[in-house]
Design a protein around this ligand. Structure first.
Ligand code: ZN
Ligand code: ZN
Length: 329
């Protein structure tokens, strides 16, 4: 059986070069030769601890879910003229059969898996088979250097959908990692009156200021928590204006954090969950990267080769000045 070169995580800090089966493009599938993969907080958790929340690495798994590449094979039912297309990969794998999927909300599918979420192999390998509709064509105006950032940008554009409307409103973003910095840019592109960003790291606050964040006090009409840190979630809730909206983008670090529910009741706050991205988010992200509304290059702080993946993960884990680390294949 033909196999692809890959890097596999065997357990905490145990990353090894290996091979995975290539398979064949089935009905509705395309093969994407992977060209670049961005490392994400979840990859760092799996690498550092062998787990992310409740999901534990039990068998060697290929990490990586933020990727792009070129279509090199089309399965039955996929137009052959897609061969050679540069595409951003939407890594979610919803069942497309349950009530949530059939209603169009495929990101909240309870049977949903995601590339790079153990035990499902991710993108740090030569090629991957994906549903043709989840291989999103990239225009030439999105260069290879930033194409793997379309996935986190799709998270940000989806967060903006969940927090809509933001035009003319005061916005708070808690957490200035890559997602927070993308939500900041997306909110400004959507016409937010002001975007205040908070973080504990001075380096990250400097990056936010360079991208247009201001400093200021509440109240805020819309808050996006991109940190998952319970104290940040509480302070965001407490800084909302009456009738304000809080969007939970980061995964809360505790299953049941203390939360000011009396304020939620008294001031009719809306608390909205936000999980990955729903329909249309990738198309929006690609359009915004293409027309320069969002600066993706500002977030890329270093690049490594596939053979250097372990060093790349260590750098991303230990150096707080790193924003997005990209693996070039
Ligand atoms: Zn990610
Ligand atoms: Zn489903």
């Amino acid at each position: 059986m033909t196999q692809d070169k890959a890097v596999l995580l065997h357990g905490a800090r145990d990353l090894r070069a290996g091979r995975v089966p290539r398979g064949e493009a089935g009905p509705g599938q395309v093969r994407v030769a992977v060209r670049g993969v961005g490392l994400c907080g979840s990859d760092l958790h799996y690498f550092a601890d062998g787990r992310n929340g409740t999901n534990v690495v039990r068998a060697p798994t290929v990490l990586g879910h933020e990727g792009f590449g070129v279509i090199t094979e089309t399965g039955p039912g996929v137009p052959g003229d897609r061969l050679g297309e540069r595409v951003a990969i939407e890594p979610a794998a919803p069942c497309l059969r349950c009530a949530a999927c059939l209603s169009g909300r495929y990101n909240v599918c309870p049977n949903h898996t995601c590339l790079g979420s153990p035990p499902t192999h991710g993108l740090l390998r030569e090629s991957a088979l994906v549903p043709a509709q989840f291989a999103h064509p990239l225009p030439d105006s999105v260069p290879d250097e930033v194409a793997s950032l379309i996935e986190p940008l799709a998270v940000a554009t989806w967060a903006l959908d969940r927090g809509a409307p933001v035009a003319g409103r005061r916005v708070l973003v808690t957490g200035a990692g890559p997602i927070g910095l993308l939500v900041l840019q997306a909110a400004r592109a959507h016409g937010a009156a002001e975007v205040v960003v908070t973080d504990l790291s001075p380096e990250r606050l400097r990056a936010a200021a360079a991208l247009g964040a201001t400093t200021g006090e509440g109240p805020f009409d819309v808050a996006f928590d991109c940190s998952g840190a319970p104290p940040a979630i509480r302070s965001a809730a407490s800084a909302l204006a009456p009738g304000g909206t809080l969007v939970l983008v980061g995964v809360p670090g505790e299953p049941e954090p203390a939360f000011p529910l009396q304020l939620v009741q008294r001031y009719e706050f809306d608390i909205r969950g936000c999980f990955r991205y729903g329909p249309g988010a990738f198309a929006t992200a690609i359009a915004w990267a293409a027309d320069g509304r969002v600066d993706l290059a500002a977030l890329v702080t270093s690049r490594f080769s596939l053979d250097e993946t372990a060093a790349a993960l260590e750098a991303a884990l230990t150096d707080r000045s790193q924003l997005k680390v990209v693996i070039d294949l």
